[in-house]
Design a protein around this ligand. Structure first.
Ligand SMILES: *Cc1c(COP(=O)(O)O)cnc(C)c1O
Length: 408
């Protein structure tokens, strides 16, 4: 069976997958249909931070599936409260609003911020503005791609919703200039993931917090990819010792098996939602809640945050020691690293294809960045295997560079 040809024929062409057909996963390993094993250095964009087929997640999933899965939010359930209580506890917030995908939770935060602006801050009707960072990635809905700076995310999808203003990521002065009396919130990733694991200057997020305090603006941090241990802290905002007014979580919250997301915030922000003002048929269903709660327990009980911090520091150190003309820069935090490839020599896509041939799965972001973000449960030996292969790929690419160098 030619699964690649089949998928290409019947699936919309909005992805360009690497040419491997996966059939099974366990921990930080994936197997293709021919039984060949790969080390996963991508973790499904951090959705699989706990590893594939985690036994405790599978047990929670199957047990709950046999009890009650989706009764809708028209009723209370015996699973939602305990899940949200734990989510609030680990994040330090008061209230959570459960959704499914990250983009939905971002939309939820946008709605919350706007209503807060009208009802609490006193912004005039339909004037509320949200400041975002250039290079952002917050999902794929039409309002979210409307404030993206990435042409490929936006092209042909307008008209876009007004009410957003973008400033350069990491530029505090530009952020300050963009604030007006109508500013409801600043919505940022603490480290930009899809932009290529871009780490802002130290002190930037703390500076943004100070601006928000001075001007009565909400700070909303998108932790969909950076959260739940990925950067070596429960949440990336902790590295700057700031407390946002709300955060958005998703991806790993679903334990690698379900879409589970939430907007989590201070009570004052969340209380602007009233019955009927927002919702989701599947959001917070008992199946998602049982899996989400177990995911939070696994992260804590297996020490995955600490693991990410220690193994991440080791990975960065190993990568930074590499001397190769192909490797222009290495940046990241925790088990979340972007390796910048010199576009004069190779593309990140080529590097990922070479890695694939050597039994390591990664994925380029943009043309020049190879992301290295294994499940947090990865064994040090497997991490070493992947990094050894990455070094080989850099060597291979430097001796046989791409035939037609392209401009940067
Ligand atoms: C992936 C991601 C999203 C969107 O999540 P989906 O589940 O794909 O909708 C939002 N924000 C950030 C920072 C992300 O990395």
């Amino acid at each position: 069976m030619d699964f690649i040809a089949l998928e290409n024929r019947v699936s919309a062409p909005n992805y360009a997958p690497l040419p491997v057909v996966l059939a099974r996963g366990e921990g930080s390993y994936l197997w293709d249909v021919d039984g060949r094993r790969y080390v996963d250095m991508m973790s499904a964009y951090s959705a699989v931070s706990l590893g594939h087929s985690h036994p405790r997640i599978l047990a929670a999933l199957t047990a709950q599936a046999q009890r009650l899965a989706v009764p809708s939010r028209a009723y209370y359930s015996d699973r939602l409260g305990p899940f949200l209580e734990e989510l609030c506890r680990v994040s330090g917030f008061d209230v959570a609003l459960p959704m499914n995908t990250g983009a939905e939770a971002v939309e939820t935060a946008i709605k919350g911020a706007r209503r807060w602006a009208y009802r609490v801050k006193g912004v005039r009707r339909d004037r509320a503005e949200i400041i975002v960072a250039q290079g952002n990635f917050h999902g794929r809905t039409t309002s979210i791609v409307g404030f993206s700076s990435e042409a490929s995310y936006r092209d042909g999808f307008g008209p876009f919703a007004p009410g957003f203003r973008a400033v350069p990521f990491g530029d505090l002065a530009a952020m300050q200039r963009a604030i007006t009396p109508d500013t409801a919130a600043i919505l940022v990733e603490p480290i930009q993931g899809e932009a290529g694991i871009v780490v802002p200057p130290k002190g930037w997020l703390a500076g943004v917090r100070a601006l928000c305090d001075r001007h009565g603006v909400l700070l909303i941090v998108d932790e969909v990819q950076s959260g739940l241990g990925r950067t070596g802290a429960w949440f990336a905002f902790e590295h700057e010792n700031v407390r946002p007014d709300g955060i958005i979580v998703g991806k790993a919250l679903g334990g690698g098996v379900l879409p589970v997301s939430a907007f989590v915030a201070r009570r004052e922000v969340m209380d602007v939602f009233t019955p009927g003002s927002h919702g989701s048929t599947f959001g917070g269903n008992p199946l998602a809640a049982a899996v989400g709660l177990e995911a939070l327990h696994v992260i804590r009980e297996e020490g995955l945050v600490e693991r990410s911090r220690v193994l991440g520091a080791y990975m960065l150190e190993r990568l930074r020691a590499i001397k190769s003309p192909v490797l222009k820069a290495v940046r990241g935090l925790g088990l979340w690293v972007g390796a910048e490839i010199d576009p004069q020599i190779a593309s990140a896509r080529m590097a990922c294809e070479h890695l694939l041939a050597k039994g390591v799965l990664s994925k380029e972001t943009h043309d020049t960045v190879v992301r290295l973000a294994p499940p947090l449960v990865i064994a040090r030996d497997d991490l070493d295997f992947a990094l050894d292969r990455f070094e080989e790929v850099l060597r291979d690419l430097s001796v046989s560079p791409r035939p037609h160098p392209v401009a940067a």
